[in-house]
Design a protein around this ligand. Structure first.
Ligand SMILES: [Zn+2]
Length: 170
């Protein structure tokens, strides 16, 4: 496969495995390029058929092609299908299929393998903490605003009292 095709797949999927979502920065290496329709099954090097994939997903998918291999269910193509319509993440970090295609996709690619679930749980925790941090910063900003309002009020009241109590010179 041409280096440009490989790089194209990498860019199209923003450095993430299009099957499980793991980023190459988490893997510590560039990922592989999977032929959604395997070359051995007539797949071509065209962009819609090239999926940026981590080695483990690529291995689980293997040379599966629904027209030839049982159970003859078409595997979703992340470059063409909207996975969010078929797969959903639940509270404990596991993925569940919303459609029968989604169920097959998760099962075929073993998308609930322990390290992936751990990554999802961690990402969720980071998102929650980031939201809390954002919220805390907003409250700090509101308090700072209140402090400066009160300080201005104290100063103007102090000035008024001072003006009243100081003897007028004539
Ligand atoms: Zn993967």
């Amino acid at each position: 496969m041409a280096a440009s095709a490989r790089e194209g797949a990498r860019e199209r999927f923003a450095g993430r495995c299009a099957y499980c979502g793991v980023h190459e920065n988490s893997v510590g290496a560039t990922l592989t390029v999977d032929h959604h329709r395997p070359r051995a099954r007539g797949g071509l090097d065209e962009s819609e058929n090239l999926v940026y994939a981590c080695p483990r997903c690529n291995e689980h998918k293997g040379s599966y092609w629904h027209e030839i291999d049982p159970p003859h269910v078409q595997l979703l193509n992340p470059g063409r299908d909207d996975l969010s319509l078929h797969v959903r993440e639940i509270e404990d970090g596991r993925l569940v299929g919303v459609t029968s295609d989604g169920v097959f996709f998760i099962d075929k690619l073993r998308l609930n393998r322990a390290p992936l679930v751990a990554l999802r749980v961690r990402a969720k925790l980071i998102a929650v903490r980031a939201a809390e941090l954002d919220d805390a910063r907003q409250r700090v900003r509101a308090l700072e605003q209140r402090i400066s309002e009160l300080r201005a009020a104290v100063e103007s009241t102090g000035d008024a009292i001072q003006r009243r109590s100081s003897p007028r010179r004539s």
